[in-house]
Design a protein around this ligand. Structure first.
Ligand code: SAH
Length: 350
């Protein structure tokens, strides 16, 4: 097993069954070796600094009906909200004062009639804080919309591909949504000069070792600037409420494998990871993750952005708890890195 880890670190790629072996190996010493090599590689690239991204949950209104997601259209048990432009600016202002230099606007997917409104918000943030990175995570849109938002000043876009496997994709999404279109969106975003994030949920219903390996291979081919991976966690008002959550162990192994495959990638230790157990965020970092995304949303809307049950939104997950996060990181010898944290291959904005 150690030989496989060394090979991955050196060649940044393995054969499908070799990934399978790393994902299923049982010997704790082998798992430790994978983690230590990934950690070393992350430290070689980024030192012991962890980048921060301030998450603003713009809206839980969504036209989509993804079977795993708590803000899906068919869920009539949540109160829908959309932040006002002033609220968004206030969230960013608070974040900027704390020291955040990246704002992530995430939300459900709207029809295109609202896209110009989002462009206005982007332009306002860009104007007020020219030194900050603006990241969007607003789902699938036509190329023209992505182009409009890019022109308004957005730098990065997070769009997890969810899975590269068409069949699995269709089991997780309503008819009409396809993996092919999701991947097309990712290609457009890259062409438009965004720093792009792709990724998957670990332990999603019907996922298999085979599909995970396909996803690793896709990520290596696509080589995104950012990789968003977190465990699937059931949400009680979705059709997947009875499926078990993904595991911290498997998620950490994927962080480590992808760190060795794509050494410069920005990999967050995700909120879903932190939601499973108090020490999981640190486990993610010790597996090679180098980003944390605290929540900047207004406290009263946080519970309505219910992607999954027991979502962490307070304490070290929140912007207000930044000292707690710093203290937590210090226990493993890491610290907050306050700079924007662009990918080295990022195109400069026009
Ligand atoms: N609507 C946007 C962004 C919001 S959802 C989009 O589609 O990209 C952001 C991510 O949360 C999704 O990509 C999905 O991977 C994750 N997510 C949604 N439901 C989840 C659940 N039940 N458990 C874990 N992660 C979930």
């Amino acid at each position: 097993m150690k030989r496989l880890v060394d090979k991955l670190r050196e060649k940044h790629e393995l054969a499908p069954d070799e990934y399978g072996a790393l994902l299923t190996m049982r010997n704790p010493q082998d798992v430790d070796y994978l983690m230590s090599q990934a950690r070393e590689e992350a430290q070689r690239q980024f030192g012991k600094g962890i980048y921060l991204r301030g998450l603003v949950e713009l809206t839980n209104v969504c036209r989509n009906d993804c079977l795993y997601c708590g803000i899906r259209r068919s869920n009539s048990n949540i109160e829908r909200y959309t932040l006002t432009r002033e609220q968004v600016m206030d969230c960013c202002e608070q974040g900027h004062q704390i020291g955040f230099r990246t704002f992530v606007l995430q939300g459900g997917e709207w029809g295109e009639e609202r896209s110009p409104w989002i462009a206005e918000i982007i332009a306002k943030i860009r104007q007020r804080w020219p030194d900050c990175a603006i990241t969007l995570s607003l789902g699938e849109h036509p190329r023209e919309t992505y182009a409009m938002w890019r022109k308004a000043g957005a730098d990065r876009y997070l769009l997890r591909h969810e899975t590269h496997n068409e069949r699995l994709y269709s089991l997780l999404h309503p008819s009409g949504m396809t993996a092919r279109h999701r991947l097309q969106c990712l290609d457009w975003l890259k062409e438009l000069g965004y720093q792009v994030g792709a990724g998957i949920m670990v332990g999603a219903p019907f996922q298999s070792l085979k599909t995970i390996v396909e996803d690793i291979q896709y990520l290596i081919r696509f080589s995104p600037h950012m990789i968003g991976i977190g465990p699937f966690i059931p949400q009680h008002d979705t059709p997947f409420r009875r499926f078990p959550a993904g595991t911290v162990d498997m998620t950490a192994r994927l962080y480590a494998i992808l760190r060795l495959a794509l050494p410069q990638a920005l990999i967050p230790s995700t909120t879903a990871m932190a939601s499973l157990s108090p020490d999981s965020r640190l486990r993610g970092i010790l597996a090679g993750a180098n980003v944390v995304m605290p929540n900047l949303s207004p406290t009263d809307t946080r519970k309505q952005y219910a992607l999954y049950d027991n979502k962490a939104a307070l304490g070290a997950e929140s912007a207000q708890g930044i000292q707690k996060l710093a203290d937590e990181l210090a226990t493993i010898g890491y610290h907050i890195e306050w700079s924007r944290g662009d990918h080295p291959n990022a195109k400069q904005a026009e």
